[in-house]
Design a protein around this ligand. Structure first.
Ligand SMILES: Nc1ncnc2c1ncn2[C@@H]1O[C@H](COP(=O)(O)OP(=O)(O)O)[C@@H](O)[C@H]1O
Ligand SMILES: [Mg+2]
Length: 238
């Protein structure tokens, strides 16, 4: 899926959170949204997901206008910083959740769900963890489960909102590498929100730098580092 974000504006009462954001993201691309706290990253991600609706502008997935399409029909997987896993369900059931709740007519068979869970456990390198409970996992392992759960229904777009924010530096780096490999293996289009420029530049094909609800620069890491477009970008990279 390609994603065209066309002139998206969003205010909360008198406060303008997004002031006309345009980004064209290619099929299979990995894009980071980078900006300080309050710059509008989460709001933009929620609008792409259909959890929030813009005052102005359009969202287009592979040529189809989805601006008014509800989240459940957009075929998106999400991972959030505090993506609460269900504590009373083991890892396998957590991953299967999105499949288990499908209407019977659409739901894969029990066997198909079990084999999909096995495949996802392998993908996130947690092959032998299916019967553990979330409380028996490290923070990094929990986020791997959250990622597997987000991928269970084969989304064509993956959105991640500061998914590694609560983890220590070493685990973050491991997960960052794992995420990039999984993105490439699955062939998704991914958008990753972070306020950490190192993380954004290490991970993404292109980085959109947001400042007060506007895009300052949208380019490959090497281009932004070599030719920062504004003082804001320059200061943000230091
Ligand atoms: N539901 C809301 N109601 C009021 N203000 C909001 C709401 N959501 C976000 N905002 C405001 O919009 C701005 C951008 O927020 P957000 O998109 O969460 O930024 P970021 O994710 O970059 O930290 C912030 O000033 C925030 O307080
Ligand atoms: Mg945020």
């Amino acid at each position: 899926m390609s994603i065209r974000i066309e002139n998206i504006a969003k205010s909360f009462s008198a406060f303008r959170a997004l002031g006309g954001v345009t980004l064209h993201i290619g099929e299979g691309e990995f894009v980071a949204l980078l900006g300080p706290s309050g710059s509008g990253k989460t709001t933009l991600l929620r609008i792409i997901a259909g959890l929030e609706f813009p005052d102005d502008g359009r969202i287009i997935f592979s040529g189809k206008d989805v601006t008014d399409t509800p989240a459940a029909q957009r075929g998106i997987g999400f991972v959030f910083q505090h993506y609460a896993l269900f504590g009373h369900m083991n890892v396998a059931r957590n991953i299967a959740f999105g499949l288990d709740i499908m209407k019977r007519r659409e739901r894969p068979s029990k066997e198909a769900i079990a084999s999909r869970v096995e495949e996802l456990l392998r993908l996130v390198r947690l092959k032998d963890y299916g019967s553990r409970y979330p409380s028996q996992l490290s923070g990094g392992q929990r986020q791997r489960v959250a990622l597997a759960r987000a991928l269970a229904r084969n989304p064509r777009i993956l959105l991640l909102d500061e998914p590694f924010g609560a983890l220590d530096a070493k685990v973050r780096r491991e997960l960052r590498d794992a995420l990039r490999i999984i993105h490439n293996e699955v062939g998704l289009t991914s958008i990753f929100v972070t306020h950490d420029h190192e993380e954004a530049f290490a991970l993404a094909d292109r980085v959109a730098i947001l400042n007060s609800g506007k895009v300052e620069q949208f380019a490959a890491p090497t281009v932004t580092i070599a030719t920062p477009k504004s003082d804001f970008v320059r200061s943000f990279l230091e």
